[in-house]
Design a protein around this ligand. Structure first.
Ligand code: DX5
Ligand code: ZN
Length: 221
């Protein structure tokens, strides 16, 4: 399936989202961070902004919901035009039902884990998902330092995916940069979210290609 780069729009200029999306036209996805000030101590954007962004770009949207009660709210992001919707397992009441609902609507279903949430209790859920997100910072803010303590979980998640012969994607998000992407790729990640690293670069599309090349060189896949 190959390495994929998903720049986080959280690090872009919210007053110019359509323009910012064009600046990262080499991206495989646009990562859109939805925060509700309950699941995380920050508030960003919601369904109307996702709907507007989906109309303004051809790049598929990868919506990362850092919100309470995703069982209730996540389907609206598919209706708004997201191609992939990731909910957090810590917030979901019925993750299997929710993943099936998202897939039935035609989206990819992703499930995210905070740094302190282990993957092992969710091994049996993996076939219900298109993507598993291992957070490499505490969710809530861009520009935080990469947490190396999450790397063993990336590796263990990759082993579980391979053990079951699944075609699902393993995504990492938080502090991903040229300094940290290789250790994620070496551990088995293949979808890389990068906010500050991409949008603070002079040439965001060039940085996407540098990140892609580093990940491809280090990938264990
Ligand atoms: C953090 C968000 C991330 C964030 C990443 O809670 O989920 O997607 O934007 O930003 P960087 O790459 O700057 O750590
Ligand atoms: Zn995110």
């Amino acid at each position: 399936m190959g390495i994929q780069i998903s720049p986080s729009m959280l690090a872009s200029d919210f007053a110019n989202l359509a323009f910012e999306a064009q600046r990262v036209s080499n991206a495989d996805w646009l990562h859109v961070d939805v925060m509700d000030n309950h699941f995380v101590p920050n508030l960003t954007l919601g369904v109307p902004v996702v709907e507007a962004l989906a109309k303004a770009t051809d790049t598929p949207l990868d919506c990362h919901l850092m919100i309470e009660d995703p069982d209730r709210w996540a389907p609206a992001y598919v209706e708004a035009g997201a191609s992939s919707v990731t909910f957090h397992v810590e917030a979901a009441t019925a993750p299997v039902r929710l993943a099936r609902e998202l897939r039935a609507m035609g989206a990819k279903a992703g499930m995210g884990l905070r740094p302190a949430t282990p993957i092992e209790p969710y091994e049996d859920l993996l076939p219900e998902l298109d993507m598993l997100l291992v957070m490499t910072v505490e969710p809530g803010f861009g520009g935080q330092a990469f947490l190396d303590l999450c790397v063993p979980k990336i590796r263990r998640t990759r082993q579980l995916i391979d053990k079951h012969g699944l075609e699902m994607w393993l995504q990492v998000d938080g502090g991903v940069s040229l300094e940290t992407i290789e250790r994620c790729a070496e551990a088995g990640a293949e979808v890389f979210v990068a906010g500050s690293a991409v949008f603070r670069a002079d040439d965001p599309n060039g940085m996407i290609e540098k990140l892609r090349a580093s990940a491809e060189a280090a990938s264990c896949l």
